[in-house]
Design a binder for this molecule. Structure first.
Ligand code: MRU
Length: 419
């Protein structure tokens, strides 16, 4: 099944809070249950939130006890309001709810309530299928930024779990791997809720893509010493000027990537673009409970009463972004004109206005060679993913980075079946 699915009038999701320990499918038969699942991140990631919102509205219509078509629409609208209020940053949620509600209002005049329910269910499933198609198209459009041999750094979880298909950034990495590119991934753990450690590592393991998990705080140092060829992330909302809201920590990665002159790529469907918001400062940032910071997966790690702040997202300004890639094309550099072109389906920017991908620094630290070597070993032969810093050989030991760096002690999940 997909990470979020529709089954005979009910919504089914893989409970992401239990992964990787348990793969449990939940049935969400009411708007309240779905709203709770969204708030608690059982279902999460911008495109999946859109699909959830669309299905939630359709489900509310199908369960409505109203006697008239207009009454069904009112129940669907009430569900839409409840669901839209759950998470404010990912625009896909409000966008998909609005799309289904617009159809409900438009068709309520000419169909009976049973037919209306069918139309809304079909629309929700169409949104899921369109997202799956968009995943493949944006993954293809991203390939020009992913070299044939590379260590790619990614943040949070942007894969199958949070879309209708392959994923956004992780989908592009998956297609690169399937195309035969020798890719190794550095996955940030993504505090506070560890979407990278729990979910991205799980997906990469299943896909058989070599990877190493790193602490968030390790990313800038690894980028600075040349261990990373390209940073690829997703987005929760893209403003009209190309500023991007994504999981907290994304801004720091963009700053590090720019300083190291490596490309910083944002991969997202056009449903994540919000032309009504002129710039990143106008994107609402979700503030989550401080307890997510003072605890790790429910275990307190700070003294009782410690004050903490927990913004779930940050804003990366367009000037730090090499390219925004969608299913309709590539905006490089991202700016008002190129983002509008993507949002309206107009394709890539003309070649003349493309920003050249930043070149890596000319001085090549020894660590970079090591990372490259590890990344270019064929995935099938690798017992464990070690994108960075192999064990130093006797000759070059002095020039190598310290052993501890980004070298998973235990083998990561072995190559698994592809979904
Ligand atoms: O809080 P989350 O886990 O829903 O945040 C998810 C992200 O920030 C993703 O990077 C983003 O939604 C892009 S997903 C395809």
């Amino acid at each position: 099944m997909r990470a979020i699915d529709w089954d005979a009038g009910t919504i089914r999701i893989i409970d992401q809070t239990l992964l990787p320990g348990e793969e449990k499918v939940l049935t969400l038969a009411s708007t309240a249950a779905l709203a709770d699942a969204i708030r608690s991140l059982k279902v999460r990631g911008a495109p999946a939130l859109g699909i959830a919102g669309a299905m939630g509205v359709a489900q509310a219509a199908s369960r409505s006890q109203a006697a008239t078509t207009q009454g069904v629409v009112r129940d669907a609208e009430a569900a839409g309001r409840e669901l839209a209020a759950t998470r404010p940053t990912a625009v896909n949620l409000a966008w998909a709810i609005d799309r289904v509600l617009k159809l409900a209002r438009d068709r309520a005049k000419d169909v009976d309530k049973d037919k209306l329910v069918v139309l809304l269910e079909e629309e929700a499933q169409r949104i899921a299928q369109e997202d799956a198609n968009a995943c493949l198209a944006m993954a293809r459009n991203t390939q020009r930024f992913i070299p044939t041999k590379a260590v790619v750094l990614t943040h949070c979880n942007t894969g199958f779990l949070c879309t209708g298909g392959y994923g956004t950034a992780l989908g592009a990495i998956r297609v690169a791997h399937e195309d035969g590119k020798e890719i190794a991934v550095l996955a940030t753990e993504t505090r506070p809720l560890l979407q990278g450690a729990r979910l991205t590592s799980w997906e990469l393991g299943k896909l058989g893509i070599p990877h190493a998990l790193i602490a968030d705080g390790a990313a800038a140092g690894l980028i600075a010493r040349g261990e990373v060829k390209v940073v690829v992330v997703g987005a929760d909302r893209i403003a009209a000027n190309g500023d991007v809201a994504n999981k907290v920590g994304t801004l720091g990665l963009a700053l590090a990537a720019n300083d190291a002159k490596i490309p910083f790529i944002v991969v997202a469907p056009t449903t994540t673009i919000d032309l009504s918001v002129p710039n990143g400062a106008r994107i609402p940032i979700e503030e989550r409970s401080a307890s997510e910071v003072t605890s790790v997966l429910g275990h307190p790690v700070a003294p009782a009463g410690t004050y903490a702040v927990n913004p779930a997202f940050d804003i990366t300004p367009a000037r730090l972004i090499t390219a925004v890639v969608t299913e309709t094309g590539v905006a490089t550099p991202p700016d008002v004109a190129s983002i509008k072109r993507l949002a309206t389906g107009g394709g890539s920017a003309p070649a003349a206005s493309r920003r050249a991908a930043p070149r890596p620094p000319s001085r090549k630290p020894a660590a970079k060679k090591t990372a490259k070597k590890a990344a270019t070993r064929p995935a099938a032969k690798k017992p464990a993913a070690r994108p960075v810093a192999k064990k130093p050989g006797p000759k070059k030991a002095a020039a190598k980075p310290k052993k501890a760096t980004a070298k998973p002690k235990k083998p990561a999940a072995k190559s698994g079946r592809k979904r």
